[in-house]
Write a protein that binds this ligand. Structure first.
Ligand code: FAD
Length: 456
């Protein structure tokens, strides 16, 4: 089909996934229009104006490569080579993510990345409309209702609707009225609050720049990701309710300060605006969204957080949404005249992977807040690193598969289960790596695990 004859695509939401999808489709000759609830952040800044960052891994980077944007994003990112674990006594320990600096993740500014993607989408030919919130959709006529912040409402004849409007998706709500999506939301019971470590007076970074910092404390934790400006976005994850410490027991900065003095004294010493930040920043809620159906015939499909919001402990929500955007754009480009078939195929390919990363993200919370300080976990990590070196064709640690490859998440989960079971067998009766015959262990790995696919 000639590029000019491609049908219009109407994207709802110009967040991270919507703006990347708009870029990819416009680059492939689609007539793309995007409706976004917020005002244009390039003119008005992001609401709240705080610098919030995200971890970008290989999958997200790979998607940006497809849009020709990887280099420009990398130029605005801070490399993180591992977890810097902060013990309660203030000592620190860097746990590398990969074998060397070819295996790292990157901290990127959410707002900066969104603006870069909006500019790319517009350059590629997409038409962006801000202050235009989807209020309702009629899937028979193709009419959508758009609302502006001044209360005005207008109707618009839309093309196929591509729902990138995030965890609270209005398109999902409209779809639910037309069909049963089999929606299930599982709240985590823990929330988060964002704080800040600013750069020191002379410039630079107050703590190691090239690491994702973690203060694991059992049932809760703090993390900090670096920004190019020298500051760190600090996030406290804590139960919402229940006995101390929970957000319910820390209503204001005065009580929270005491808790931080006790548990995160080294971090607190670097947060001069702790009290103001604590009282001004809301507690964000965390949940996993599961849907049985992601689409309605050829009329509408959901992707990104609108289809599968997950808890953030693997740093993969955006990465997974970017993979969705690449997959959907490729399928639409291959079969532009049959959106119903494309949406069905898209959901069939992506849903098992969304379910897998949802499950792995929940497990990773326990690992991050607890496991990184647990001796058995650390021994297993050591064994995994040794097997990765000795049997690289058959073994890759869980984190490396998820973060440094594009192996489908469902395959990562399946492989990880088998690898983990084998490692538990090899570790039985051992509390040090020295006692294990690594040659025999590697042989067993090669015998019992299928080879890793090449070029992932
Ligand atoms: C604390 C935290 C930390 C995270 N860290 C990471 C990380 O390190 N790495 C990672 O990969 N992921 C991370 N994530 C997940 C990541 O933020 C999301 O997966 C990602 O933002 C999803 O992108 P999206 O475009 O689908 O949704 P969103 O980013 O939520 O964008 C949705 C867009 O739709 C717009 N919109 C909403 N309603 C309407 C409407 N009715 N009409 C029109 N527009 C509408 C919104 O204004 C917004 O612009 C984190 C999430 C949280 C909460």
């Amino acid at each position: 089909m000639n590029a000019n004859t491609r049908p219009p695509a109407t994207i709802i939401g110009a967040g991270l996934v919507g703006s990347l999808l708009a870029t990819l489709l416009a680059q492939r000759g689609f007539d793309v229009e995007v409706f976004e609830r917020r005002p244009d952040p390039r003119l008005h800044g992001f609401l709240g104006g705080r610098s919030i960052n995200l971890a970008l891994a290989e999958r997200g980077l790979n998607a940006l490569r497809k849009a020709g944007l990887a280099d420009v994003v990398l130029a605005q990112a801070v490399m993180m080579r591992g977890r810097m674990v902060h013990a309660p006594d203030g000592s620190t320990n860097l746990q590398r993510y990969g074998l060397d600096d070819s295996e790292v993740i990157r901290s990127v500014s959410r707002g900066g990345l969104n603006i870069l993607l909006l500019n790319a989408a517009e350059r590629a030919g997409a038409r962006l409309h801000f202050d235009a919130a989807l209020a309702d959709a009629d899937f028979e006529s193709g009419d959508i209702t758009l609302a502006s912040h001044d209360g005005s409402v207008r109707a618009h004849r839309a093309g196929s609707l591509l729902g990138c409007d995030g965890a609270g998706s209005a398109l999902r709500a409209a779809l639910s009225k037309a069909t049963d999506l089999g929606e299930r939301v599982e709240p985590l019971g823990h929330g988060y609050k964002e704080l800040e470590i600013p750069p020191p007076e002379g410039g630079g970074f107050a703590i190691e720049a090239n690491a994702l910092h973690i203060w694991p404390r059992g049932n809760y934790m703090c993390i900090a990701l670096p920004n190019t400006e020298g500051n760190f976005t600090v996030t406290l994850f804590l139960p919402n309710e229940g006995p101390f410490p929970s957000f319910a027991t820390l209503p204001g900065a005065a009580t929270a300060r005491g808790f931080f003095e006790d548990q995160f004294a080294d971090a607190l010493a670097l947060m001069p605006t702790f009290d103001e930040d604590w009282d001004a920043h809301p507690v964000g809620q965390l949940a996993t969204l599961y849907l049985e159906r992601w689409h309605l015939r050829g009329r509408a499909v959901l992707l990104g957080d609108a289809a599968h919001a997950i808890v953030p402990f693997h740093g993969q929500g955006m990465n997974a949404g970017f993979e969705d955007a690449v997959e959907l754009a490729a399928l639409l480009a291959a079969q532009p005249g049959d959106p119903a078939a494309v949406f069905a195929e898209f959901a069939a390919r992506r849903k098992p992977n969304a379910d897998a990363i949802a499950a792995m993200s929940l497990v990773n919370y326990i690992e991050m807040r607890d496991g990184v300080a647990d001796p058995h976990y650390l021994l297993k990590r050591e064994l995994a690193a040794a097997l990765t070196v000795r049997a690289p064709t058959h073994f890759k640690s869980h984190y490396r598969m998820v973060s440094f490859t594009s192996l489908p998440y469902a395959d990562c989960l399946e492989r990880d289960r088998r690898q983990d079971a084998l490692m538990e067998t090899l570790l039985a009766g051992h509390d040090r790596l020295e006692g294990i015959d690594l040659g025999a262990a590697s042989e067993r790995v090669r015998r019992e695990l299928p080879p890793l696919p090449q070029g992932i």
